[in-house]
Design a protein. Structure first.
Ligand code: SAH
Length: 260
């Protein structure tokens, strides 16, 4: 399979590997992710996995799309876990491939818990999450010594589809110098209003990064107060990351990536 000077763990028949595919660029796959793609009998991927990654699957593998995507008709979570359990029960090597990292806003924990409950062997292969690797492709570090010694990753879309309320927005907005929002476009106006109400300044730097680390990457730099209008003007669409804080200012010098 892979010609390496050390062994990777075997992909056992009848098990599921829950693997992160990173934000886009196939070069960001881990060795374990590539090993899983080369060994899997059946690949079940979500909507965010880049087609160039899927093309690395073994020619004999069945490749099936199954994922939840906000606002679009998509598989129910219970259907996905049932399918993983059924295929593994048939003795197949099942690769559950997710964009970014499976344990960051990716429903990976739910799937792993269902596998654990069903007694199916599984392995988790972390991937590069969009909120770190995708931002890096836009020349925006998650932390930098002179700007922030903390960063918060926040979903803009709670389990009920609304802006999440399971944490203290005011405390987080006051405490996290840099905030990175996943799934932030849907309720953007309400989130911006919350952040302003919590004391974030309207002239604070903000950026939106769409399709990060893919040839379609698009970056808009603005301010917190200008975000809603900037997103509308540029007609930005998901998948998109929002980042708020002084790290955005580093992009002027760190914008290194040019899609081929
Ligand atoms: N598990 C994934 C996140 C899944 S939630 C991870 O670790 O990256 C889906 C959200 O992730 C999208 O709405 C978007 O906010 C973000 N996202 C994932 N891939 C992205 C990409 N290539 N560009 C921009 N945002 C991305």
């Amino acid at each position: 399979m892979l010609d390496l000077p050390f062994d990777l763990p075997p992909f056992e028949a009848g098990t599921v590997w829950l693997v992160g595919a990173g934000p886009g660029d196939p070069g960001l796959l881990s060795l374990l992710a590539l090993h899983a793609l080369r060994g899997a009998d059946h690949v079940i991927h979500d909507a965010l996995v880049d087609p160039r990654v899927l093309a690395l699957a073994r020619a004999e593998a069945v490749v099936e799309a199954m994922g939840k995507r906000g606002g679009q008709s998509s598989a129910r979570q219970s259907d996905i876990t049932d399918r993983l359990i059924t295929l593994a029960g048939q003795g197949l090597r099942v690769l559950r491939l997710k964009g970014g990292d499976p344990f960051v806003f990716g429903r990976g924990p739910e799937e792993a818990l269902a596998l654990a409950d069903a007694g199916i062997g599984f392995r988790v292969v972390p991937g590069i999450t969009a909120g770190i690797g995708g931002l890096a492709y836009a020349g925006i570090p998650a932390t930098a010594r002179d700007t922030n010694s903390a960063v918060a990753f926040v979903t803009g879309h709670g389990a009920d589809g609304e802006i999440p309320d399971g944490f203290d927005w005011d405390a987080l907005a006051k405490g996290a110098p840099v905030m990175v929002f996943y799934m932030g476009l849907k309720h953007l106006d309400r989130m911006v209003a919350r952040l302003l109400a919590a004391g974030r300044r309207p002239d604070e730097l903000a950026a939106v990064v769409c399709d990060a680390a893919t040839p379609q990457q698009k970056v808009v730099e603005t301010t917190l107060g200008g975000l809603v209008a900037a997103v509308a003007t540029a007609e930005l669409k998901p998948p998109a990351l929002l980042v708020l804080g002084a790290v955005v200012g580093l992009r002027a010098r760190l914008d290194w990536w040019r899609p081929q």
